[in-house]
Design a protein around this ligand. Sequence first.
Ligand code: PLP
Length: 403
Amino acid sequence: MSYDHIFTSYLQSLKTEGRYRIFADLERLVGDAPYALWHSPSGKKKLIVWCSNDYLGMSQHPEVIQAMVEATQLYGAGSGGTRNISGTAYSHVNLEKEVADLHGKEKGLIFTSGYIANEATISSLAQALQNCVVLSDEKNHASIIQGIRAGGCERRVFRHNNLADLRANLSSLDPKRPKIIAFISVYSMDGDIAPIEAICDLAEEFNAITYLDEVHAVGLYGPQGAGVAAELGLQHRIDIIQANFAKAYGVIGGYITGSLPLVDYVRSAASGFIFTTSLPPAVVAAIHRSISILRQDTTLRDQLWHRVNLLKERLKKSSIPYHSANSHIVPVVVGNAPQCQDVCDILRDEYGIYVQPINYPTVPRGQERLRLTVTPSHTPEMINELGDALEDIWNRLNLCLAA
Ligand code: PLP
């Protein structure tokens, strides 16, 4: 019996809609950022990457690489097991102390990814808090949504960043029910920022736990790169701060920080923490170095913001419509999947510029977009070239310009 026709027909429907995903096979060579070598069907081609989440280029920072190499030579390539079964290294424990200190919390806990951190934490909390309800921003990441599903509790979705809707949902719930408000500081696809203080006020009024995902903010915002809540002086009002080590820190892994009992509970109960091999000590060493650098030195951050402002000005000059949210992420909405793909194909094939189209389900249908991310290694000339290329393509494809 073959089931392949089922999968083929699913894939065909993606192709018909123009949202079948084709990955670019890239080699990002150290010292050559923001260029990468693309192994295209017709041979190798050099591209400028405009959609990396390695926001500060820390994955290629000489000290981060050195920390990883030295730790590999000392401790080997793998961690040897789950945290429970001989896979807890001294370096794991030190990194957990570092993230707790960064966020001013009692305890930290690290996971193999940001996705797992969200999924494991939220699902285990939902299981501990009887009859709990999670109030979830409608633009929350898939890992938060998956955590709520796995926790088997009620999910109330409130409109994106909409305090009136959040209040209405909170008011309609039995005051005795445990509640968690799950939200994100910098939303990845729109680049906008949550009204953190007002959400904390509502949480206090309705006795809800606050769960904040700072994945796109750590390393970039706040004193020592502790995130947006820290920048606003609100860290103490967030019960659980979750983030990862894969974006501005340039490595891999995720974490939570919070009170000692809460984090110890997650350590003791969350399947996604217990039953998986821990991060290799060499990876942990690289992460730790990256955090230490970004806690002390804002040079790369300052360069990033300079480039972000240049990019936004350049797009504005050509009336390319972008979300002008107050963050480093610059989404340019095209509005349908085939045209979004066309823009990316022309950028890649004619201009040597690589941007991956963002389609449903990552964004709603009709909101297909380019998600531009600039880094300190993008020069002002590169920014201008991108602007020129987009201006040309927008004219050729007759796409909507900003009003
Ligand atoms: N949270 C948000 C808001 C994200 O955008 C992502 C990934 O892009 C994650 C969590 C998952 O993080 P990771 O890539 O470390 O699994």
